[in-house]
Design a protein around this ligand. Structure first.
Ligand code: AKB
Length: 311
C-alpha cells in the first residue's frame, strides 16, 4: 500500500478523494492535510495534519515523518476567486506545485497528482469537441496558472523523470461538498436552490454550454490515472477529460422533470465572460485510449442522484 498525502483535503475534490482513498488504501496509509483544522470527518476520522501548501519545509517535514510516496496536490484558488486576488492565486497555484515537483525531483516522493482544468483553454480555442492539442490562450489568472503548471509538469517529467500525472477537470458537481469559487458552481447551487426555494437565479446566461462531470466520475478518473502503469501515461502535461456538456436551460429542464414548479431566471455577472472563454465540449479520446477512461454519469442519472441525496 502506498503512503499518500493529500494537500487541500478539505476542499470540494479533496474531501471526496480523501474518503475514497481511505476506503481503498486504509486509514493508516492516507494523511489528509489542509491549511486549517476544521471540525469535520476528514479531520476527525483519520490522520490529519495542518499544512500550508506554500510552505516547502512543512510539506517536506510531513513527507519525511510519514514516509510519503504519493502526493495529491488539491489546494488551489479557482477561476472566480482568482480573478479577485490574482497575485495570491498565482503564488498559491504555482508555488505549491513547485514544492511537490521539487520534492519528487529530490527523490523524496515517487508520484504526484496535480489537477489542471478546462480553464487552460481560451477564446481562440476551438469551442466544440476541443482537442487535446490545440490553441491555448487562457484569459483568466486561474487558466494562466494551470497552463504554466502543465508546462512545468511536462518539463519535470521529461528532464528529471518526475512521475507527475494530471487531468483537465471540467466543472464538477457533487451533493456532499460545496464548490469553492469557480465559474461552474451554478451547476451545484441550482440543485440546492431548487429543493429549498423552488427557484434559482443563475449567474450565467441560459445558452452558456460548459463541460461538466459528476464527482463520482471525477474521483474514479483521478484514482485510475494514478493507478495506471507509468508507460500508459503518455501525456505528462495534462489529459483532456469529459463526461457531459449542458447549459443552464438544459439542467433546469432536467430538474423540472423532478420538481415541475421549479423556475430559473438569469442574471449574468463577471463569471459570464470567464465561461464564454471556455470550451463547450471536450474531446477526451486520448484519456480513453491511454488509460481506459470512461464516464458513468450523464445529465439524467446525475440529476436523479443529486436530488435523491439532497432531499
Ligand atoms: C472553475 O469553475 O473554476 C472550476 C474549473 C472548471 O476548473 N470548476
Amino acid at each position: 500500500m502506498p503512503k499518500i498525502l493529500i494537500i487541500g483535503a478539505c476542499g470540494q475534490i479533496g474531501t471526496e478523494l480523501t474518503h475514497k482513498l481511505r476506503e481503498k488504501y486504509g486509514e493508516e496509509n492516507v494523511i489528509a492535510s489542509d491549511i486549517r483544522k476544521l471540525n469535520n470527518d476528514i479531520v476527525n476520522n483519520g490522520l490529519f495534519e495542518v499544512v500550508n501548501a506554500l510552505d516547502f519545509n512543512q510539506i517536506e517535514h510531513i513527507v519525511e515523518q510519514y514516509h510519503i510516496e504519493e502526493v495529491y496536490l488539491m489546494a488551489a484558488l479557482l477561476s472566480a476567486t482568482a480573478e479577485k486576488n490574482p497575485a495570491f492565486a498565482w503564488d498559491l497555484n504555482m508555488n505549491s506545485l513547485f514544492h511537490v515537483l521539487n520534492l519528487a525531483k529530490a527523490g523524496k516522493i515517487k508520484k504526484i497528482f496535480w489537477p489542471s482544468s478546462i480553464a487552460v483553454f481560451g477564446p481562440t480555442t476551438p469551442k466544440h469537441q476541443t482537442p487535446q492539442y490545440t490553441v491555448m490562450e487562457p484569459s483568466t489568472v486561474y487558466g494562466i496558472s494551470k497552463q504554466c503548471g502543465e508546462r512545468w509538469c511536462e518539463y519535470y517529467n521529461h528532464i528529471y523523470g518526475v512521475d507527475v500525472r494530471s487531468i483537465r477537470y471540467p466543472g464538477l458537481i457533487s451533493w456532499s461538498t460545496p464548490p469553492g469559487g469557480g465559474t461552474t458552481d451554478y451547476a451545484v447551487d441550482i440543485y440546492h436552490k431548487a429543493l429549498s426555494d423552488g427557484k434559482y437565479e443563475c449567474f450565467l446566461s441560459e445558452e452558456t454550454e460548459l463541460p461538466m462531470m459528476y464527482m463520482d466520475d471525477a474521483i474514479r478518473a483521478t484514482i485510475s490515472i494514478m493507478e495506471a502503469p507509468a508507460e500508459n501515461i503518455k501525456i505528462r502535461s495534462s489529459y483532456n477529460l469529459a463526461a457531459i456538456s449542458f447549459n443552464p436551460e438544459q439542467i433546469a429542464g432536467e430538474i423540472k422533470k423532478h420538481i415541475p414548479e421549479f423556475e430559473i431566471t438569469y442574471k449574468p455577472d463577471f463569471r459570464q465572460k470567464i465561461a464564454d472563454s471556455w470550451p463547450a465540449s471536450i474531446d477526451d479520446s486520448e484519456a480513453r485510449k491511454d488509460w481506459g477512461w470512461k464516464h458513468d454519469f450523464d445529465l439524467d442519472n446525475m440529476t436523479s442522484d443529486m436530488l435523491d441525496h439532497l432531499k
